[in-house]
Write a protein that binds this ligand. Structure first.
Ligand SMILES: [Zn+2]
Length: 282
């Protein structure tokens, strides 16, 4: 039996082959309009918030503490870290990096009464030392500003490279590829797709181009084969998948997590209930 080869692929909840997520930074007034649009399409976003720059509304019209809380406290989206003061983490000491993260977590967790373990790097700035420190400070994932143009899941969630920014000149082509191709069409490379778009909502005001986001969502929204999730939901799901425990003959798999997981093997989709061991048919 040990010579039998079966390749197993992650599938998203209900066996879906694709996921779509968004990430918007800085907690600006234009997030109010963005959030309404996202809710009308049923898609989900992670909003990356600072905590020590509220009085400085700045060029991009940041929300006040109260406005921010009113918008995000009861919404269906995720809030995540973006640094206490929006510092360039590669230009300050490790102590300052730690302060940026811990003060940001303390503020958001006590204000919103939930764990806040996701992050987007201010200016996309990071390095190996910062990633290591973030892991020790309990940060699960952190988004960079490096576009991949691809739909792959990150190998390292502390360097989570998005597919593209919403101003990417290939946005429409990428969205079309996401919708019209499928891992199920592939014989070998059947990995599930993740389409990850990021930006700042004030850019839609500055460039008077809100149609960019509605055009995108017209294309990728409302599809049965797509899981619309926050960054944190995707992290939790993929982390649980990566923590599956396998038997030596690859026939048995134990899901020690509290999430029901889905996988595909030999073109058949299996449901792996939380806390249970499943035997594959072949
Ligand atoms: Zn920012």
């Amino acid at each position: 039996m040990l010579d039998m080869q079966h390749e197993t692929f992650l599938r998203f909840p209900e066996g879906r082959t694709k996921a779509f997520t968004l990430s918007y930074d800085d907690g600006v007034v234009a997030d109010k309009r963005l959030l309404k649009i996202l809710d009308s399409y049923g898609v989900k976003c992670t909003f990356n918030l600072n905590s020590g720059v509220f009085p400085d509304r700045g060029a991009h019209n940041r929300m006040s503490e109260e406005e921010s809380f009113d918008l995000f406290a009861n919404c269906r989206h995720e809030i995540a870290l973006h640094g206490h003061r929006h510092l360039y983490l590669t230009k300050v000491s490790s102590v300052q990096v730690a302060q940026e993260v811990v003060a940001n977590r303390q503020y958001l967790e006590s204000k919103y009464n939930r764990l806040v373990c996701g992050m987007a790097y201010a200016y996309g700035a990071t390095n190996d030392c910062i990633c290591k420190l973030l892991a020790e400070l309990g940060v699960h994932y952190a988004r960079t500003t490096v576009s991949t143009g691809e739909f792959s899941l990150p190998a390292d969630f502390l360097r989570w490279n998005p597919t593209c920014h919403h101003t990417d000149k290939n946005l429409h082509e990428i969205a079309s590829r996401f919708v019209h191709s499928s891992p199920l069409d592939e014989r070998k490379a059947r990995e599930s797709y993740l389409f990850y778009v990021w930006g700042h909502s004030y850019e839609f005001d500055d460039n008077n181009n809100w149609h960019v986001i509605t055009d995108l969502l017209d294309e990728v929204g409302g599809r049965n084969d797509v899981w619309y999730a926050t960054n944190g939901e995707i992290y939790d799901y993929v982390a649980a998948y990566r923590a599956l425990q396998w038997g030596v003959e690859d026939q048995l798999v134990y899901n020690p997590s509290c999430l029901t997981l889905w996988v595909e093997r030999d073109k058949k989709v299996y449901r792996l209930p939380a806390g249970e061991t499943v035997r594959f048919d072949i």
